[in-house]
Design a protein around this ligand. Structure first.
Ligand SMILES: [Zn+2]
Length: 447
């Protein structure tokens, strides 16, 4: 069992008292065994990492992504969500096991290189004959070495049923439910140190039938797994729900059983005061994706109000087709800046944004007993950021350096006690070869 001692670093523990100090953190195997100020005691045979000039944070949790989109970036560059989706659906209808595997490896590598240790993915496009796409991304996550929460997504409301996606990318409801339950049987590991947990995730109100939403919720609760969907992303969606169902997206979701501490919504931008109170009372989570929301001009989520109401808010990069950088640490900065642009200078502190990236993300995924803070007994998922380089040197508060300046170099990333990034380089796979594969697959998709 390998022991890693990180010494002399500034630690943002995110423990219940939010202790911060210059000190040490010790990982033995896949668990943190000691955290404290000052030097660490001697551990025979341990690897000692000099953390001077570094900030150590818990590993970041990405709560919303579409890994497959890494090979379809940069399209519909100036479009609204509905325009962008209708441009991309026909391209996505051509994805395969190979393209999903290549895209997922690249997107997960970028997440690791930007501080992410646990990644949730929402995969909802399953073209007929496309192969086992969930298996492809699960293989990719195991190779890159991240803790992974794949959400088995779905769409059953095609254009012939009044939905937005073409009929070629939607599936039959019974097939979806059977495939989702099969994915839980095959892959879901409920253990406290699990590297793989399956989520049930119909795509959105405008691409999924009410029956599928209701039956998906019943399935998830019967099997004790989490539930995820897109909700309240744009005003177009709110208008569509009012015309189609005579209510708001949240009222619709609520009627179908889609609120509660086991549910989290991607985006959650267009909620009124009463809806925010309801989300807080039900402890329903939101994955805040500020870069994607800005890229598509969707709006700015009321993160401060949601948090004040008691709703957990995590961060997400969203798919790379609407956030080409796919960098989780950038979402931390954007969460701070956009909250203040919307709600004024008091609406989001840099430490609140760090909570969203770590503790709150872990809570949303149901992993807060084991992830999200640096405490003895928690899993050894952590990021060591260098904050003495040109963009950060002289910023006295390391957390301000992380959240307000450009992303700092990542000296080390541990996932389950294993070094996945060392000195800014992925240790588990060759990113140059990955980039060449992405270009090849992208060219093939558009040939
Ligand atoms: Zn999304």
């Amino acid at each position: 069992m390998a022991t890693i001692v990180i010494e002399g670093a500034y630690l943002a523990t995110l423990d219940p008292e939010r202790h911060e100090f210059i000190g040490h953190v010790v990982a033995e195997g896949n668990r943190i065994v000691k955290v404290g100020p000052g030097p660490a005691p001697a551990y025979e045979g341990a690897r000692v990492v000099d953390g001077r000039g570094c900030l150590v944070t818990p590993g970041f949790v990405n709560t919303h992504q579409h890994l497959y989109q890494w090979v379809t970036r940069g399209l519909a560059a100036d479009a609204t969500l509905f325009e962008w989706l209708t441009t991309l659906y026909p391209v996505w209808a051509r994805i395969s096991e190979e393209s999903v595997y290549v895209a997922a490896r690249a997107a997960l590598a970028q997440l690791a290189l930007t501080g992410c240790t646990t990644a949730a993915d929402h995969h909802y496009v399953f073209p007929r004959g496309g192969g086992d796409l969930l298996a492809a991304e699960i293989t990719a996550a195991a190779e890159v070495g991240l803790r992974f929460h794949p959400a088995r997504g779905s769409m059953d409301r095609g254009q012939k049923d009044g939905g937005l996606p073409p009929d070629s990318v939607v599936e039959d409801r019974d097939e979806i439910l059977a495939a989702t339950e099969a994915a839980i049987d095959r892959w879901h590991d409920p253990a406290p140190d699990s590297m793989l947990q399956v989520v049930v995730a119909p795509c959105s109100p405008f691409s999924v039938s009410g029956e599928l939403m209701r039956e998906s919720a019943a399935l998830a609760r019967r099997r004790g797994v989490r539930m995820h969907t897109h909700l309240a992303e744009t005003t177009d969606e709110t208008d569509w729900c009012r015309e189609t169902f005579g209510c708001t997206p949240l009222e619709y979701a609520d009627q179908l059983g889609w609120t509660g501490p086991d549910v989290w919504f991607a985006h959650g931008i267009h909620f009124d005061d009463a809806e925010i109170k309801h989300l807080g009372n039900t402890r329903t989570g939101v994955a805040h994706c500020p870069s994607s929301n800005a890229r598509l001009g969707a709006g700015i989520a009321r993160t401060a109000d949601l948090r004040a109401a008691g709703a957990p808010v995590g961060l997400g990069v969203d798919g790379a087709a609407s956030n080409e950088s796919g960098s989780l640490v950038e979402e931390l900065r954007h969460a701070v800046l956009f909250a203040r642009a919307r709600g004024g200078p008091q609406s989001m502190t840099v430490r609140a944004a760090l909570e969203m990236a770590t503790l709150e993300g872990a809570r949303i995924l149901g992993r807060s007993a084991d992830l999200g803070s640096l405490e003895p007994g928690k899993l050894a998922d952590l990021a060591v950021w260098e904050v003495t380089t040109l963009p950060h040197a002289g910023i006295p508060d390391p957390i301000a350096a992380l959240a307000l300046s450009t992303p700092p170099p990542l000296a080390l990333l541990l996932v389950n006690g294993r070094p996945v990034v060392e000195h800014g380089v992925l240790t588990t796979a060759d990113t140059a070869a990955m980039s060449a594969e992405v270009a090849r697959i992208q060219a093939g998709l558009f040939a």
